[in-house]
Design a binder for this molecule. Structure first.
Ligand SMILES: [Zn+2]
Length: 265
């Protein structure tokens, strides 16, 4: 979740790493801002002309001083840590990015970052793309025993692929909604879908935006229906799921003139 959006994350700041980078800036202040009174105090009482990289951390020093001097351990993990400390400017953000590393780009990120679907739908879709949905086949791998039969069709084994595509219930929902919004494509297996979406790249045509909206909305509603059946013993007919999807798609479609126009037509 802390990766950038292009790497398939949500660009949420990793506070632990950010804190480390901020402490490193205090160490840089100690080395570079020798005119400040608190820095002079640290030099006078604790450092006493010793090298910051090798000096023992004074055991009697205050907690905060130990933390600042101990930040050298984080810098030691970076190949250019010494250079960063020598520079005349220090950016917490740049150090944070260096500590976090540069993750690999994910081509499907447009599916999440360039979609007009509701945030709750995008989050569920993101979990599905990352293969982190708690479907029964995964629960089994964690050693959690549960009835593995798909609760939508009472036939197949509940897996990501079955629940969202192969299940006759879901396939009907897909077909009806795809026909309704003029999408020609017939949904395949999960990996095929992700691959197809990767190939579409950042395209922002009305058709692509509509397709992204369709996928996120269907995945969310099928997952909700599965949870309603499994935990609340409430089952809805597929027509009702289709209606809920249509309503949500029309409401979200108003956010983009191209998609809105397609609904009006
Ligand atoms: Zn099923």
């Amino acid at each position: 979740m802390c990766y950038p959006k292009v790497a398939g994350g949500w660009n949420i700041i990793n506070l632990e790493l950010w804190n480390k980078a901020a402490i490193c800036k205090q160490l840089w202040n100690v080395l570079k801002k020798k005119d400040k009174i608190w820095v002079r105090w640290i030099h006078g009482y604790y450092m006493k002309q010793q090298d910051w990289k090798t000096m023992p951390i004074p055991s009697q020093a205050a907690w905060v001083v130990k933390k600042i001097l101990g930040a050298r351990d984080y810098m030691a993990t970076l190949p250019d840590g010494d250079t960063l400390m020598e520079q005349d400017n220090f950016s917490i953000k740049k150090l944070y990015i260096a500590l976090r590393g540069t993750p690999e780009k994910r081509n499907w990120h447009h599916m999440i970052s360039k979609s007009i679907a509701a945030p709750k739908c995008l989050f569920i879709l993101w979990l599905a793309i990352m293969k982190r949905m708690t479907t029964c086949d995964r629960l089994q791998k964690f050693g959690i025993q549960c009835d593995q039969t798909c609760c939508l069709c009472s036939q197949g084994i509940e897996s990501l692929n079955h629940l969202f595509f192969l299940c006759p219930y879901s396939a009907n929902v897909w077909d009806k909604l795809a026909m309704w919004c003029g999408v020609q494509r017939k949904a395949g297996a999960w990996d095929d879908e992700v691959e197809y979406l990767e190939r579409q790249g950042a395209s922002k045509t009305g058709k692509q935006l509509m397709y992204r909206l369709l996928v996120a909305t269907i995945v969310y509603h099928i997952w909700r229906e599965r949870n309603e059946r499994r935990f609340n013993s409430k089952a809805s007919h597929e027509e009702s799921v289709v209606r809920q999807c249509k309503l949500m798609m029309v409401v979200r479609g108003e956010l983009n003139p191209k998609v809105h126009k397609m609904f009006v037509n």
